[in-house]
Design a protein around this ligand. Structure first.
Ligand SMILES: C[S@@+](CC[C@H](N)C(=O)[O-])C[C@H]1O[C@@H](n2cnc3c(N)ncnc32)[C@H](O)[C@@H]1O
Length: 185
């Protein structure tokens, strides 16, 4: 299975902004560490991965609905759905960026973290196709989302890596007025 079980510090940092009854999408969920984090906070979570084994790992979580789907082949499986939060961690498929924004409800939060150019010094992924370019998340989402935080640098934990991470909110003028930077509950 993929990655450690502990939720990313970036996702944990922004999780309190998501209401406990929110509907959350975990994209390329892997072992489901983030799906579990939100499900255990009371959220209803959709989790998608192309590996059906990920669904078996999440079968004991009643608040998680798993879908096995290849996000790089075929249509976006959540067309027409709107989520209060979308989490993407350690996964990059650039053509999905517009779908991610379109799938956020008004006031919905995107929490994104993955490897960035320079990570080849620390290990895999080292293929430039899977590494974000400098400012790439900011340039991709900064126009349509209200960016709460953006970082690009080296971390030591859970292992040394160069990562880029963004948290942004899809906010109409009304939602913008109500934006909170502290816990939603
Ligand atoms: C490095 S893991 C990250 C898992 C999880 N997001 C996390 O941070 O723990 C990448 C995940 O992306 C999934 N994945 C890769 N290509 C995919 C695709 N085309 N469609 C759906 N999932 C895919 C893999 O099966 C794997 O579970």
């Amino acid at each position: 299975m993929h990655g450690p079980d502990i939720a990313s510090a970036w996702v944990q940092r922004f999780a309190p902004l998501i209401a406990r009854d929110a509907n959350v999408l975990d994209v390329a969920c892997g072992n489901g560490r983030h799906a579990r984090l939100f499900a255990r906070r009371g959220c209803v979570v959709d989790a998608v991965d192309r590996d059906p084994a990920c669904g078996e790992l999440l079968a004991d979580e009643p608040n998680v609905r798993f879908l096995a789907a290849d996000l790089e082949e075929g249509p976006w499986p959540y067309a027409g759905r709107r989520f209060d939060a979308i989490v993407v961690a350690n996964y990059l498929h650039r053509p999905l960026f517009p779908q991610l924004v379109a799938s956020l409800a008004d006031g919905g939060v995107l929490i994104y973290e993955t490897f960035a150019a320079g990570n080849e010094r620390y290990g895999r992924p080292s293929n430039p196709d899977f590494l974000l370019k400098p400012r790439e998340l900011l340039d991709a989402f900064g126009v349509q989302l209200h960016v709460l935080a953006f970082e690009d640098g080296v971390v030591d934990a859970p292992r040394p890596a160069r990562i880029q991470r963004l948290c942004g909110v899809r906010a109409s003028a009304d939602a913008h007025e109500r934006l909170r930077l502290d816990a939603a509950d």
